[in-house]
Design a protein around this ligand. Structure first.
Ligand code: 5EF
Ligand code: ZN
Length: 263
């Protein structure tokens, strides 16, 4: 597809020229306004299966020019939704070394330092994520808000390899680890709404689950994420730092955000 970026002439205000859905309805991310939430008793705790990966399993950690992405084995899945949603990849959005604010979803306009997305596709109905990506019931993404605070040993399991993927399209193999440890303790408290991919092609195909409770990483870990990567190839003469890779909150007008918890 056509090139896109987070700033400049290919920035988010221009995405809809090449990717029409980006200018359409049900776009993500959104600002979660806690005064307008509706409690839904049918929103049961999220249950994930096979997230605890053995170090004998190798995962591909890559720089795709837009984010740092970790490939996930297809035995990992969400079992608490109406269909099985099989894991495909996880990636992050973050701010910059000068601004520790880079989450995509905001809560009452508070932007967190970063955000983790674990991307799954409806494997009951579609053979792979590419087939699922543009279907209204195709994808389910788990979102985790990240603050700077306590050191996070789970994040260190892949952050320690980040200098091996500094440039676009570089990949390294990393040992498996417990992906569940990247998520907050409480999987029963979350926001839920129908939205889209937050990057082009912006398909309105995502069932969003944003956990209420954030996780923390240390300032050193945040700086590693925010300063290690480039969106340009290793051979490019002008290296382009990869940071501020977040889309701004979209208009959510009549969309209702549901919550799994009271008070
Ligand atoms: N914030 S987000 O969760 O909406 C989201 C991203 F932010 C993002 F960068 C990517 S990507 O594949 O790394 C790059 C552009 O698609 C995907 N990729 C997913 C979406 C569609 C697709 C198809 C094949 C493989 C991965 C993906 C994504 F779902
Ligand atoms: Zn994302």
């Amino acid at each position: 597809g056509a090139k896109w970026s987070y700033n400049g002439p290919q920035g988010e205000h221009h995405w809809s020229k090449n990717y029409p859905y980006c200018g359409g309805a049900f776009q993500s991310p959104i600002d979660i306004k806690t005064e307008l939430l509706r409690f839904d008793p049918t929103l049961h705790p999220i249950e994930v299966q096979n997230y605890n990966l053995s170090p004998n399993e190798q995962l591909t950690l890559g720089n795709n020019g837009h984010s740092v992405q970790l490939s996930l084995p297809s035995k990992m899945h969400i079992s608490s939704l109406p269909h099985r949603y099989t894991a495909a990849q996880l990636h992050f959005h973050w701010g910059s070394s000068s601004r520790a604010a880079g989450s995509e979803h905001t809560v009452n306009n508070k932007q967190y330092a970063a955000e983790l997305h674990v991307v799954h596709f409806n494997s009951d109905k579609y053979r792979n994520i590419s087939m699922a990506a543009d279907k209204s019931d195709g994808l389910a993404v788990l979102g985790v808000l990240i603050e700077v605070g306590e050191f996070n040993p789970a994040f260190e399991q892949f952050l320690k390899f980040i200098n091996g993927i500094k440039y676009r399209d570089q990949k390294v193999q990393v040992p498996g680890f417990n992906i569940r440890a990247l998520l907050p303790a409480r999987l029963d408290e979350y926001y839920r709404y129908d939205g889209s991919l937050t990057t082009p092609p912006c398909y309105p195909s995502v069932l969003w689950t944003i956990f209420k409770n954030h996780v923390t990483i240390s300032r050193k870990q945040f700086l590693a994420l925010a300063t290690a990567l480039y969106s340009s190839h290793v051979q490019d003469s002008a290296p382009v730092p990869l940071n501020g890779n977040y889309r701004k909150p979209q208009v959510s007008d009549s969309r209702v955000v549901l919550v799994s918890f009271k008070g």
